[in-house]
Design a protein around this ligand. Structure first.
Ligand code: C2E
Ligand code: MG
Ligand code: MG
Ligand code: MG
Length: 280
């Protein structure tokens, strides 16, 4: 009996698992309060076409009081699992729309588009479209400047419902991109039915596009597929001129990546646009 208990005890008090479970639980507890405590901020990463910044992607940043900056890769999945993403995502949408409305008053910033990441769980809310429209109406932002980035995880949901929500929002003029394209569950038969405007080539294919013939083949295929379907194609994670040139040779025309700018705080992004300095 003692032996049994001992074995259980060993399993239970494995210090590594224990501390991982505790870390997760405490991160979750803190995440629950992050919104009301004003710990979130948006950073902006330039999207570039024809040597000019045409817009930005809004990327969420969490300033944890003790841990400092916590990367989205550490908390977005947790927010998705706990459902906290719904409130957080709504905050992102409203903040992005408020920013678009401010840009509209400045001739240099007014033409910019702003892309917002939408998690599958957020999109699946029955009032998702109403939330987006409320964010637009509440801020006075022009829907034509707003882009929503969806991921392939969405295709696991009811496709008819997904199409209906997208159509409802597209009627107001906003655009949809499919983020991280090629890494998820896309079935091409679903893809052709979705009213998308743009594919984003995932950075995992861009990274080794010059070294790995398979990545090169996939990246080229995504550009060709997107264009055949009448979609714009943007490459993300572009870090070198050589990567940009290779993708350009194969028809890609829009870019996002450290080569142009990292995601930066608002003031820095606006300064970058205002400087109008030539981009690589
Ligand atoms: P994503 O939407 O695919 O965003 C692009 C990610 O790639 C960002 O990471 C960005 O910082 C990074 N990146 C951009 N250019 C480069 C590059 O040249 N090299 C490298 N190595 N990385 C680059 P970040 O900001 O850490 O965000 C990670 C993911 O978290 C995002 O991937 C997105 O899926 C999610 N996320 C971020 N903000 C939000 C949000 O507001 N809502 C939701 N639902 N998800 C978000
Ligand atoms: Mg994105
Ligand atoms: Mg992406
Ligand atoms: Mg990603």
């Amino acid at each position: 009996q003692a032996k049994e208990a001992g074995r259980d005890a060993v399993r239970f008090y494995d210090p590594q698992i224990q501390s991982r479970v505790q870390a997760r639980a405490s991160l979750e507890r803190d995440l629950r309060h992050a919104l009301e405590r004003g710990q979130f901020e948006l950073h902006y990463q330039a999207q570039v076409q024809g040597g000019r910044i045409t817009g930005a992607e809004a990327l969420l940043r969490w300033h944890h009081p003790v841990q400092g900056y916590v990367a989205p890769t550490r908390f977005i999945a947790l927010a998705e699992q706990t459902g906290l993403i719904v409130g957080i995502g709504d905050w992102v949408l409203r903040s992005a729309c408020a920013q678009l409305a401010l840009w509209a008053g400045d001739p240099l910033l007014a033409p910019l588009t702003l892309a917002v990441n939408i998690s599958p769980r957020q999109f699946s809310q029955s009032d998702f479209a109403a939330q987006v429209l409320a964010a637009l109406a509440g801020s006075g932002a022009n829907a034509r400047r707003l882009e929503l980035e969806l991921t392939e995880g969405l295709l696991l949901q009811d496709v008819e419902d997904t199409i209906a929500k997208m159509m409802q929002l597209k009627a107001y003029g906003l655009d949809f991109s499919l983020d991280d394209f090629g890494t998820g569950y896309s079935s091409l038969s679903y893809l052709k039915r979705l009213p998308l405007d743009q594919l984003k080539i995932d950075q995992s294919f861009v990274r080794d596009v010059l070294l790995d013939p398979n990545d090169a083949a996939i990246a080229r295929t995504i550009v060709a597929l997107g264009h055949s379907l009448g979609l714009r194609v943007i490459a993300e994670g572009v870090e070198t001129v050589a990567q940009r040139d290779f993708l350009r040779q194969h028809g890609c025309e829009a870019w996002q990546g450290y080569l142009f700018s990292k995601p930066v705080p608002l003031a820095q992004f606006e300064a970058l646009v205002r400087a109008g300095a030539p981009l690589p």
